[in-house]
Design a protein around this ligand. Structure first.
Ligand code: NDP
Length: 475
């Protein structure tokens, strides 16, 4: 069996790396071949506690008006027991299961059966069939980029229903939020487990599989690089973008509708959250082809981290501000609202321009202008598993000359803006900025480790030229 043979050669490669680290460092990239104790401990922690963290946040809004402290105080003081909290938690319902199955099936249909038509009439939009980056095994996958279309169709239906047809309430997501959580968990675990089994027994590309020999690490970080069913159903592209990110804006709209229903108005903070996060989501779909060149698609294998994360973590925790505002309808003063809007838009601008500069630079192989000048760069090379040598360039102009991940800095500014809309009474809405700061700092370190493995001494030259990661002069 191809995958099992590949598993054996993975082990041989691991031995080789112990004997000759330098050789492996130029020969491989992607996620780790070996698991250090810290990674293993983090993974076990996340596997055990991430579902509980999501439950705790959502439960605390449902039962404690979004206070994260009060459930703990109640438990410690003996005012309540875990069983009381659990008994008050809504269970899985047929209605929620029906909604969820319909939702995921609809997104699968939009993804698989409706080729992109947006690129035919939207100037500047890159959709339709696009190529991904070269995988470690030297494969170039093709993708059907039709996420923007899926997003538009879904939202047109949503608004048509809200304004004219009234087949379901616009608050349907909020009203079934916890029963839907169980459905999302089931899908997350089924998909991750299926991906693990598929990686062992029928991978889409055996040469791009990685086995560490540690079950938990492989389950979490994935074995297969680009699992697919058939020619077009790509797990990473589908689960990363839909159902999670298409749902993001719908979830926020559902929260706005609930605020209107409960409080008779939609506050400016809720509008800000909808607008700023809406821009972020639309940006994602407008640039879906660019997304094929980001770490999620280019480097991460598909395991629980992406499978469960996209089904549960993203839709439930990235939307906490809107959920909070249903329980606490904050009306911001004009100066605060404008300040938050400026911070959010400035963050978005930095995020977008930085990403665009790299994309333009890579697409044109450096034959472009960055801030009106020919970009400067460092020539670098790397080798794929089959020994083929490739050449690449690392840009040192534009925002990429300010810091090595200034796109993350912009992302963090935007994230902070979402949280600030909620005021300072509770810490729950601030989870997002704390989480993003940890995620992106860790991602930065992970990416740099990988880039060093990929480019070796060329990466060192780059870090000497651009010494800061996120904030020029500080970090
Ligand atoms: P980047 O887009 O920064 O991609 C990093 C890769 O770019 C590196 O691995 C390297 O890949 C290449 N690269 C690094 N430096 C240079 C350079 N100077 N010139 C040219 N290429 C370079 O990172 P991500 O894929 O992580 O992020 C993409 C965006 O997505 C970011 O803006 C981030 O903020 C956002 N994001 C958002 C998340 C969320 O949950 N909201 C989660 C993760 C990301 P190569 O091997 O090709 O050289």
């Amino acid at each position: 069996m191809a995958a099992l043979q590949e598993k054996r050669s993975s082990e041989e490669r691991k031995h080789k790396s112990v004997q000759n680290g330098a050789e492996t460092s130029q020969g491989q990239w992607g996620r780790a071949w070996e698991v250090d104790w810290f990674s293993l401990a983090s993974i076990l922690f996340l596997l055990m506690f991430a579902p509980l963290i999501v439950y705790y946040f959502i439960m605390s809004c449902d039962q404690y008006q979004c206070s994260l402290i009060n459930p703990l105080v109640d438990l410690l003081m003996g005012n309540t027991h875990l069983s009381d909290i659990w008994n008050k938690t809504p269970t899985l319902t047929y209605k929620a299961a029906g909604i969820y199955i319909l939702w995921v099936t609809f997104q699968v249909i939009l993804y698989v059966f409706i080729p992109d038509f947006c690129h035919k009439f939207l100037p500047g939009y890159v959709g339709g069939i696009q190529e991904g980056a070269v995988t470690p095994a030297g494969v170039v996958n093709k993708y059907e980029i039709n996420g923007l279309q899926a997003w538009i169709i879904t939202h047109v239906i949503w608004f048509a229903n809200a304004c004219y047809f009234h087949c379901f309430s616009p608050t349907i997501i909020f009203d079934n939020w916890i029963p839907l959580l169980w459905c999302a968990n089931i899908l997350g675990y089924v998909v991750s487990t299926f991906a693990m089994i598929k990686g062992y027994f029928f991978p889409s590309n055996a040469k791009d599989c990685k086995f560490t020999g540690n079950f938990f690490y492989d389950y979490m970080m994935g074995i297969e690089f680009n699992p697919r069913i058939g020619k077009w159903f790509d797990f990473k592209l589908f689960f990363n973008g839909r159902p999670g990110i298409v749902a993001w804006t719908l979830i926020n709209l559902s929260y706005a509708a609930k605020q209107q229903e409960l409080h008779g108005k939609v506050t400016n903070s809720m509008i800000l959250v909808n607008v700023l996060q809406g821009i972020y989501v639309l940006d994602f779909f407008w640039n879906e082809s660019w997304y094929l060149k980001t770490i999620d698609i280019c480097h991460d294998h598909f395991g629980w981290y992406l499978g469960w994360g996209d089904c549960v973590w993203l839709p439930y925790l990235y939307t906490l501000q809107g959920l909070y505002l249903v329980y606490h309808p904050v009306q911001l003063g004009t100066a605060n609202a404008v300040g938050i809007l400026i911070l959010g838009l400035a963050g978005y601008y930095i995020f977008r321009v930085t990403n665009h500069q790299k994309d333009l630079f890579r697409r044109t192989n450096g034959n472009c202008k960055i801030w009106g000048k020919k970009p400067e760069y460092i020539e670098c090379s790397y080798t794929s598993v089959d020994g083929t040598k490739y050449y690449s360039k690392l840009m040192t102009s534009g925002f990429w000359g300010w810091a090595r991940h200034f796109n993350y800095t912009g992302d963090l500014m935007g994230s902070l803006a979402y949280c600030l809309t909620c005021g300072f009474v509770h810490i729950l809405p601030y989870f997002y900025i704390v989480y993003m700061a940890i995620l992106l700092t860790h991602r930065c370190i992970r990416d740099e480790h990988r880039c060093f493995s990929k480019y070796g001494k060329d990466w060192k030259r780059y870090t000497t030229k651009v010494p800061y990661r996120l904030i020029p002069g500080i970090f």
